[in-house]
Design a binder for this molecule. Structure first.
Ligand code: SF4
Length: 475
């Protein structure tokens, strides 16, 4: 069973969804299936594929792609064009919430797969209800589908209708969409979520991350540009640049934590970026130590960079059990401790008597790191220093990551020294926002840094009311 390391071990914070689209000379469903498996780290709760075979046919289910689909189900989906989705929901998963969402409208069936969050979906839903639309699914994609149907009915031109629809929605979105057998990828005007375009032997493909191109032996053509609509077919693609913003707002967290290290996003290798972060971290927070140990697996590239930047050798001091099934949140502290212990265990011979630097990508609540520090101390490490490749998380994400309240962040209410004491570490250092920007090779105005600066690239109504850090501050 495929399981991404981030979610298998830490599962403190989660991405919301991965998307795929295929236009092929042969059946699309098996290509989509393999793309979804490669995107499984972007959502493990549900998965779905929709294809066009004279009409839209789909199959969706709760669970991982490998569990939901078998040969028979994939073969039963016969179209040459299709879209797919891996799903994570903050709310309780219900089979009917799995995507692609199929919206029946007067202009035909629309299939939509969405990565992101629309911050004005509720307001639009109320307006559409007043116009007589009957909402049966209760999801954001239904809002998009009805808006699109209304615009298409009045303009008769699909591209214009998509542009008018996108002009009304606010938030983060990378969509794949299918209408009457035509397949599209759409990226929001700030490029908050990743989306890329590729070519393979049988056609063209659009996916959330380049790892899903690799898995079907597709070559990357390029990232979908922020504000761009791309229509793919077997032989090529057509681009419509619908919006041109002065700046971008790529989610920095894709680079530090969410995306797979073997992906390339917006011209940057995620792995190389993490290494640069580790290198900067070593310069910002030097320490005398004997070994650098990555917290497996998400801290691996950061630790490698830290080792290069500090000259301290890298060691496999923590071993991960790859065969532990995904566990859910345990009701008691004792069970939670056991869960971490079952998944990661120190190698005593590496750790004993040594001054250890533990390197991880981020700290949310701090509970996992505290248990790991404790484990390494119990394995007789002489000193335990902690270095973190994301600046202190202090503010919620309103744009598609499962970090919804300030209270969950240990850094929201505590100083670095208080966090160090809480972790029982000998020293603690986080990468600075400046250091992060240097490592990412983006200017500040081209990134979303909302969860570490409280300044968001778009107006977020609840945030605006409480904290007034909005686009005005950002520009
Ligand atoms: S607030 Fe943080 S996690 Fe959310 S989109 Fe912005 S950078 Fe990414």
């Amino acid at each position: 069973m495929y399981e991404h390391s981030n979610t298998a071990f830490k599962h403190e914070i989660k991405e919301q969804c991965g998307v795929a689209a295929i236009a092929s000379k042969s059946k699309a469903s098996s290509y989509i299936y393999y793309c979804l498996r490669a995107l499984q780290h972007r959502g493990q709760e549900a998965v779905g594929i929709a294809v066009f075979n004279k009409k839209i046919e789909s199959y969706k289910g709760i669970g991982l792609a490998a569990n939901v689909f078998d040969d028979k189900k994939i073969k039963s989906l016969k179209g040459k064009t299709g879209i797919g989705h891996t799903y994570y929901s903050i709310k309780l998963s219900k089979p009917e919430n799995a995507q692609p969402t199929i919206i029946k409208t007067e202009v035909g069936e629309i299939a939509l797969a969405h990565n992101g969050i629309l911050v004005n979906a509720e307001k639009l839903r109320k307006q559409l209800k007043k116009k007589g639309h009957d909402f049966t699914l209760g999801c954001e994609e239904e809002v998009v589908g009805y808006l699109l149907a209304d615009h298409l009915r009045s303009s008769g031109d699909l591209i214009k209708a998509i542009k008018s629809t996108l002009s009304e929605i606010q938030g983060s979105y990378s969509f794949t969409m299918m209408l009457n057998g035509r397949v599209f990828g759409i990226r929001d005007p700030l490029g908050i979520k990743p989306l890329c375009l590729g070519k393979f032997k049988d056609g063209h493909v659009i996916v959330s991350e380049s790892v899903a191109l690799d898995v079907i032996d597709a070559n990357m053509i390029r990232d979908v540009y922020p504000g761009e609509l791309v229509e793919i077919n077997q032989d090529g693609f057509e681009s419509h640049q619908l919006f041109n913003k002065k700046h971008r707002a790529h989610c920095f967290f894709e680079y530090t934590y969410f995306a797979r290290a073997d992906s390339e996003i917006d011209g940057r290798s995620v792995y190389e970026t993490r290494k640069r972060i580790g290198w900067r971290l070593a310069k910002e927070h030097p320490v005398s130590a004997d070994i650098v140990i990555p917290v497996p697996d998400s801290g691996r590239a950061h630790a490698f960079g830290f080792s290069l930047g500090s000259g301290i050798p890298l060691a496999e001091g923590l071993m991960k059990n790859r065969y532990v099934a995904r566990t859910f949140i345990m009701p008691t502290q004792k069970l939670r401790d056991l869960t971490v212990r079952e998944k990661v265990n120190p190698i005593k011979s590496e750790v004993e008597g040594k001054r250890v630097v533990l390197v991880d990508d981020s700290i949310v609540r701090g509970t996992t790191m505290k248990r790991i520090v404790n484990m390494v101390r119990n394995a007789n490490a002489r000193e335990v220093h902690v270095r973190i490749g994301t600046p202190p998380l202090i503010s919620p994400c309103y744009l598609g990551i499962d970090m919804t309240t300030r209270d969950q962040f240990i850094a929201h209410k505590n100083t670095i020294e208080e966090i160090r004491k809480n972790l029982d570490a000998d020293s603690l250092g986080y990468i600075s926002v400046c250091g992060l920007l240097e490592a990412l090779l983006f200017s500040k105005s081209d990134l979303c840094l909302g969860c570490v600066t409280e300044k968001y690239p778009i107006d977020i109504p609840p945030e605006k009311h409480r904290f007034q850090h909005t686009i005005q501050d950002y520009e």
